[in-house]
Every structure is written in structure tokens, then in C-alpha cells.
Design a protein around this ligand. Structure first.
Ligand SMILES: [Zn+2]
Length: 260
């Protein structure tokens, strides 16, 4: 989803490049553990973090019994109550799809802002190995944002994971220019609408206007969400704000910060 360390963007081209040069090696036993659930937590991912992620996904999908089982595999729910049908479809596609997805806690990684997905490679020489991806989630970053309640409901670890899974399943792209959400976030925005939440108005975050007048506040950035207030009425805007130096994702020229 989320801020790219050096302003690079996740794209089809970049994904192909990453496949060639960046390989996260995964122990082969995870391959077995991802059957039949294709989404599995690394053993280092604390139980509390797994539950935090599951609770956000329960809220978004409406599946009251979605969970990570004792082996760390994601188990989808049944009999949804409200929630987003599109999110349920995306998770179902991941779990029944051909790729394995491993979730990793990247809260200590300075180069990960919020979330990112990287292609991975199995350590052992397996015959016909399944494609694998690692979704790195910086839980700490999500704890360091402030803003409007409605915007914060539309921007949390659950939404971050869904964004990365959409890249995996749909090979969707993020935009290259300011002021639009892009293909991937358009999919995620459909889910937000189904949950009655504001949609993300832009893919890139920008410096907060407060930064123009204050050295002290010079590191604040903001991300805009918006929601229709009714036919013919102006959209209401909601903001998520954070300290870019703390979370990362600021380009060197400091004009914009990129999210991937
Ligand atoms: Zn992205």
C-alpha cells in the first residue's frame, strides 16, 4: 500500500524486476503449511499481531469467524454479517489461488512504511514450486498515525494487507501521478464503499499545509479520504496524518511521499 522508501512504485515492471533481484528465502516447511490455506503467518509474527490483523479483517469482510489457526494459516469465515462482498471475494481468490503468501512483521524495519509485498523464493530446490510472496506489515507504523475517526477506520492493517493481496491476485498497479487512487486502490475503495466508509482520494500522500508555516511541524504528511454526504451535496473530506520521518516513505526531494 504504502510509502515506498525511495519513492519507487510497485508495478508490473517493478514486480518483474524484483523477481530477478530481490528474493526473500522461505523455509520449505511453510509450503506445506500453506496448504490448503495459502496465506500463512511467519512463526515470528506474535499471536497478538495475528489477532489484530484478523479482527480488522473480520470487520471488513463481515465474517465473524475469520481467524488465523494454530499453524498461522488464514481461515476464512462463513455466514457473513454485513461487511464487504468484494473483500470476501479477494480473500477467497487468494486462499484458493496458486500462490503462497507469507505475512511477516516488519515493525522493526525502517525501510518498510506500513506494508509492502515482495516476491519470494523457497530455500529448498523444490520441483515445480508454487509462486510465493511475502507481505511485510509494519504494525508500529499504523499505531503512529492520527486523524479523523472515519479516515482511520478506512486505513489500518486490514486494509493494508488487502491492498497488497490485490497486487498479488489481480496484478493491479499503483499510479505514477498525484491526485488519483490508482487501479489497486480503486479495488480497495469498492470494499470501503461496501463497508460505508470514506474512499481514499489519492494514492500519494502530501505534506500537510501546517508544514508551510512551522519548522516544528515540517515532517507531517497527510492522506485524504472522502465520502458523499448525499445527492448533490459536497463530499466530506477526512484526513490521516503522520510524521514522515518516523514512518518513512519520503522521497529525497521532499516534495512528495510515495505510497505503494
Ligand atoms: Zn500498492
Amino acid at each position: 500500500m504504502l510509502p515506498s522508501p525511495r519513492g519507487t512504485l510497485f508495478s508490473k515492471t517493478r514486480r518483474a524486476a524484483l523477481l530477478a533481484v530481490v528474493l526473500l528465502f522461505l523455509p520449505a516447511h511453510l509450503l506445506a503449511e500453506t496448504n490448503p490455506g495459502n496465506v500463512v503467518c511467519r512463526s515470528e509474527l506474535a499471536v497478538e499481531r495475528r489477532e489484530e490483523l484478523a479482527s480488522k479483517l473480520r470487520k471488513i469482510t463481515g465474517w465473524p469467524n475469520l481467524k488465523f489457526d494454530l499453524s498461522g494459516a488464514l481461515r476464512l469465515g462463513t455466514n457473513p454479517v454485513g461487511g464487504s462482498k468484494t473483500a470476501r471475494e479477494l480473500l477467497s481468490q487468494v486462499v484458493t489461488g496458486g500462490a503462497a503468501v507469507v505475512i511477516e512483521d516488519a515493525s522493526q524495519h525502517a525501510d518498510v512504511a506500513f506494508c509492502q509485498v515482495l516476491p519470494a523464493k523457497w530455500k529448498s530446490n523444490l520441483q515445480d514450486p508454487r509462486p510465493a510472496f511475502v507481505v511485510q506489515v509494519d504494525f508500529a507504523d499504523f499505531e503512529n498515525v492520527i486523524g479523523d475517526t472515519r479516515a482511520l477506520q478506512a486505513f489500518n492493517v486490514g486494509w493494508g494487507l488487502l491492498h497488497e493481496l490485490d497486487h498479488v491476485v489481480n496484478n493491479s498497479m499503483d499510479p505514477n501521478c498525484l491526485g488519483e487512487p490508482g487501479e489497486c486502490e480503486a479495488h480497495i475503495n469498492k470494499m470501503r464503499l461496501e463497508c460505508g466508509l470514506p474512499v481514499r482520494a489519492e494514492y500519494f500522500h502530501t505534506y500537510s499545509p501546517l508544514t508551510m508555516n512551522s519548522t516544528f511541524m515540517s515532517r507531517l504528511v497527510q492522506l485524504s479520504f472522502e465520502q458523499e454526504q448525499g445527492p448533490g451535496k459536497k463530499k466530506k473530506r477526512y484526513l490521516v496524518i503522520w510524521d514522515a520521518e518516523l514512518i518513512g516513505g519520503v522521497t529525497q526531494d521532499r516534495k512528495i511521499a510515495a505510497l505503494r
